[in-house]
Write a protein that binds this ligand. Structure first.
Ligand SMILES: *Cc1c(COP(=O)(O)O)cnc(C)c1O
Ligand code: SF4
Length: 359
């Protein structure tokens, strides 16, 4: 058995195993004992948790809390609403669609780490929502829709499937003439980097007409280790570009210092920040959400101009009608036909000549 499979077999998902890694608080124990929810992580990710601090950013993403029972601001039946599952065209359960030219293709509802802030909490974590994850049905639908040029393979965590299964999905997608690119959304490089094996690399590698991209999810600098760096390097040596989709999480990454460090550290392991997501209004995750403005403020105060331009993610809210960018806009202080007055990250202004649109 490969190392990553051993890790999965030894998932940290019982109180007994959890106690090998941390001193469990009474509140954590009560939540685990009384709540009907899936929780757990890999031994590797568990080993990154702080033994004594319940506010540890990794611990908070791994362990259920009683706060999840409270739902003041979340939307009921969130995922069905968000993924337009009950309106418009008829699609297989595995296909979520908000755009004409690209779709999200859910191939599994199993994860390594059951993130407490998951926007698909109803499906993946709490499991009140059941969907049919039929891969062949999804593939047939995509083959039937020539306007779809980009498929985002998601889950759950799609890299939890076997190498053979992943190879099959990629091969079938590449046989579809209108497909131009394949994307994977996977937390593996962060929660179980051992998954990026030579066998997987073989499946993903090669110079092809249809390239593969991978976006992972990393929310705090503590989640990045040497193993992550090696896994990403391996992916890139076989032609897979690696991006990050962070989730803005209250008390975890919503301060200037942590936020900047996260994005700098991602680049230091060759992961390019792509999105910063506002934490979605799925039921029971109010305690992870900040006001909407917070993400733009962090980009303004921690990143833009303050550090490498490549460290900037685009801040978006993922809604039922697609992603809406909400970037900070403080740059234009004044404008007229002839010139703009522009302000930089330090608040210093400059003038810039404008060229009017030709008649
Ligand atoms: C996020 C998402 C996509 C991809 O959006 P990009 O902005 O291209 O990364 C596509 N379809 C659905 C349903 C999505 O949620
Ligand atoms: S890895 Fe993704 S799908 Fe799985 S629990 Fe975390 S956020 Fe949800």
């Amino acid at each position: 058995m490969e190392k990553w499979q051993q890790q999965l077999q030894q998932s940290v998902n019982t109180l007994e195993r959890l106690r090998e890694y941390i001193n469990v608080t009474e509140a954590e124990e009560e939540a685990i004992a009384t709540m009907k929810t899936t929780w757990g992580t890999s031994p590797y990710f568990a080993s990154l948790m702080d033994r004594d601090d319940p506010a540890c950013p990794i611990r908070r993403q791994v362990l259920p809390t009683l706060q999840e029972k409270i739902n003041r601001y979340g939307i009921d039946d969130y995922l069905n609403w968000k993924e337009n599952r009950k309106i418009g065209e008829v699609r297989p359960d595995s296909i979520a669609r908000q755009y004409e030219d690209r779709v999200a293709f859910t191939v599994t509802d199993v994860c390594v780490n059951y993130c407490r802030h998951c926007f698909r909490k109803e499906l993946v974590v709490d499991r009140d929502l059941k969907l049919r994850m039929d891969v062949d049905e999804g593939l047939a639908w995509i083959a039937d829709h020539p306007e779809v040029r980009d498929v985002l393979i998601t889950g759950g965590d799609p890299l939890i499937l076997s190498d053979d299964r992943i190879e099959y999905i990629i091969r079938k997608l590449r046989e579809i003439p209108h497909l131009q690119m394949i994307r994977f959304g996977s937390r593996m490089p962060i929660v179980l980097p051992h998954r990026i094996t030579d066998g997987l690399v073989k499946v993903l590698s090669g110079y092809h007409r249809v390239p593969i991209w991978l976006n992972t999810q990393c929310n705090h600098p503590k989640e990045i280790t040497e193993l992550t760096a090696e896994a990403v390097y391996k992916l890139q040596t076989c032609g897979i570009s690696t991006g990050n989709q962070a989730v803005l999480l209250k008390g975890i990454n919503d301060d200037v210092e942590t936020f900047r460090q996260l994005h700098q550290k991602l680049l230091s392991v060759r992961i390019r920040p792509y999105y910063l997501f506002y934490c979605e209004p799925a039921p029971g995750i109010d305690h992870f959400r900040t006001p909407v403005e917070k993400g733009a403020e962090l980009i303004r105060d921690a990143i833009r101009g303050h550090t490498t331009g490549m460290a900037q993610p685009m801040y978006v809210i993922a809604t039922n009608i697609g992603k809406i960018p909400l970037m900070p806009d403080y740059y234009i202080v004044d404008k007229n036909e002839k010139e703009y007055t522009l302000k930089n990250y330090k608040g210093i202004t400059t003038k810039w000549p404008n060229i009017p649109e030709e008649e």
